[in-house]
Design a protein around this ligand. Structure first.
Ligand SMILES: [Fe+2]
Length: 342
């Protein structure tokens, strides 16, 4: 497949909302019956998925090299989530939702969900305290940092794009808080489980030319369930607890294979709402306000949207240019000639 076929909305700030899909669980039998390729993965060996133009569209990051204590780190993260779960209260919409039937809470800066401007993901005072404690947990912090480093290392163009915009956003709104001092991602989601297994979905409000970071946690046999399914690729890959992956969740349809009775699956994820980046590009205002205050500026912004959509996939580095991209990204003022919008 080519990244240019991803359902990227005009301007490349969000994905195109998918038609409603049946909220059915995927099983290994169903995958086999529908002819999906099922890949084994030990959750350690790192590999990338390239599109047919050689662009890196997904990363199976695994775990940090030379981290002998990673099993212990992820076990502690899982335990911290298990302990946090009963301390949270969940609205029904956060227990049974379009992505699955498991309790979930988000934390950090986002956009959407009815809000018309960037702001903290809303929560009760009590939940916010529990989530803040989770973000302070050294094991969760290490996992978050690993995801961010993987984004910088395998998608340096994307990392640079969001870093530039988020820096402007945080300068403008000093009350927006970072979840982690070692992660660029502005928001995180704790999928508590014990059955954090997703139906088919796309997270279309996310920046479509970006990866969300997902770390699977818990106790389950990864050869029997918990796989990540990438439906557009007709591929399922084993996803052992403790392993991390980075996928363009805003545009790539994804789901998980069910786990077996008595098993526990949780997930920690990090993401970036595309609306945050659009807000910065539009001069810290909604497009409506932009048009009212500066019709000419808005017209210019609109005139560039089609070109932005067309060229957006260039933010995914080509595998054969990754080292060059990393060298450029490390310079004080990096520029990419094929990315004027960086
Ligand atoms: Fe997702």
């Amino acid at each position: 497949m080519s990244a240019s076929t991803f359902p990227i909305a005009r301007g490349a700030y969000v994905g195109i909302r998918q038609d409603a899909v049946a909220q059915d669980y995927w099983t290994l039998d169903r995958l086999r019956a529908e002819g999906y390729k099922i890949e084994k993965w030990d959750g350690r060996r790192r590999f990338v998925i390239l599109d047919n133009n050689g662009r890196i569209i997904a990363l199976f990051a695994g775990q940090p090299e030379n981290a002998n204590d990673w099993d212990e780190v992820t076990r502690q993260a899982s335990e911290a989530m298990s302990e946090a779960r009963p301390r949270c209260t969940f609205t029904s919409a956060r227990l049974v939702h379009a992505r699955g039937n498991y309790p979930t809470q988000g934390v950090g800066s986002s956009f959407g969900g009815g809000s018309k401007r960037p702001g903290p993901i809303k929560n009760t005072v009590r939940n916010a305290r529990v989530l803040a404690d989770l973000c302070k947990h050294p094991a969760i912090r290490r996992i978050a940092g690993f995801g961010s480093v993987m984004l910088a290392t395998y998608a340096p163009r994307i990392h640079l794009k969001i870093r530039r915009r988020l820096r402007l956003l945080y300068e403008r709104y000093p009350t927006l808080r970072l979840n982690f001092d070692n992660s660029l991602y502005p928001a995180a989601q704790f999928n508590f489980g014990p059955n954090a297994v997703c139906f088919e979905h796309t997270d279309f409000a996310n920046d479509p030319i970006n990866w969300c970071h997902i770390t699977a946690l818990g106790r389950y046999d990864p050869t029997q369930g918990g796989h990540i399914i990438l439906l557009d690729l007709r591929l399922a890959v084993e996803f052992p607890p403790g392993a991390s992956i980075l996928i363009p969740s805003g545009v790539a349809r994804h789901a998980n294979v069910t786990i077996r009775p008595g098993e526990i699956r949780q997930a920690f994820t990090q993401f970036c709402a595309g609306g945050l980046l659009r807000w910065v590009d539009a001069g810290f205002q909604s497009l409506k306000e932009f048009g009212e205050r500066d019709p000419q500026g808005r017209a210019q912004f609109d005139a560039e949207l089609d070109e932005k959509t067309r060229t957006s996939v260039r933010f995914f580095s080509r595998w054969d240019e990754l080292l060059e991209d990393l060298r450029e990204a490390a310079k004080p003022n990096p520029t990419f000639s094929d990315l004027p919008e960086l």
